[in-house]
Design a protein around this ligand. Sequence first.
Ligand SMILES: [Zn+2]
Length: 259
Amino acid sequence: MKKRIKRIYQLFFSEKQRIKNRLLFNQTISVFYRGNTCYCNCCGKSFRKFKPKGTALTKRENAECPYCGSLERVRNLLFYIENETGLLTGKFRLLHFAPEWCLLPVFKKAANLDYITADINPDLADHVVDIMDIPFEDESFDYIICFHVLGHVPDEKKAIEEMYRVLKPEGTALIATIIDLNNPHTFETDDADTPQKRLYYYSEPDLLRLHGTDFDQRLTQGGFKVEMIDYPSVLGEEIKRKYVLGDGKRELIFKCVKN
Ligand SMILES: [Zn+2]
């Protein structure tokens, strides 16, 4: 019965509308989370706790903003962008892959920013873009944001080459992925051929690999000058705790500058 209701709901509403409905619903019930323990820099609100996120194997109890849906990595990214780049004030062209919806109002408010969102799913962004074959000209962007995409892409090398191609010289890609901090090598196996096996091997059912601490080298091989940034450590323990900025497994920012 529950599955049938879900199917009917999916028939009547596009994925884009379902996301909007969920956001509206979450915003309405976020009053039950009211408090002053956790803060979200994306929507500017505070709560007694954040919502849990993840699968049974990887559940994080205090992760998602009940109002705007921001996760640890997104709050961390916004701190980094505000403090360390001129992206929100300068005249730049930004290509944002798999855009986090809670950041859309932030970027759309930046008057000087030429902001372009991209996703393989037409419901999730303004432009339908296969990151392995980006339909934009060479050297046409100042910045790219690509968070938690490369683990899902069949040909990661091609995706990195394409991002390098469309960036202007000295342009910057801010990239993040899930990292197994205990493995020096990115793990991929042909045995992971079902969602259940991918969940077992990679911790998420739609991941195609689990990156190890060699992720920076994979980006360097694409031509980038890479800096790995543990920004919560820069911000300090108090801000890290107050804004719940994660444990470093998902939040490391790889700043990739085109040489
Ligand atoms: Zn929020």
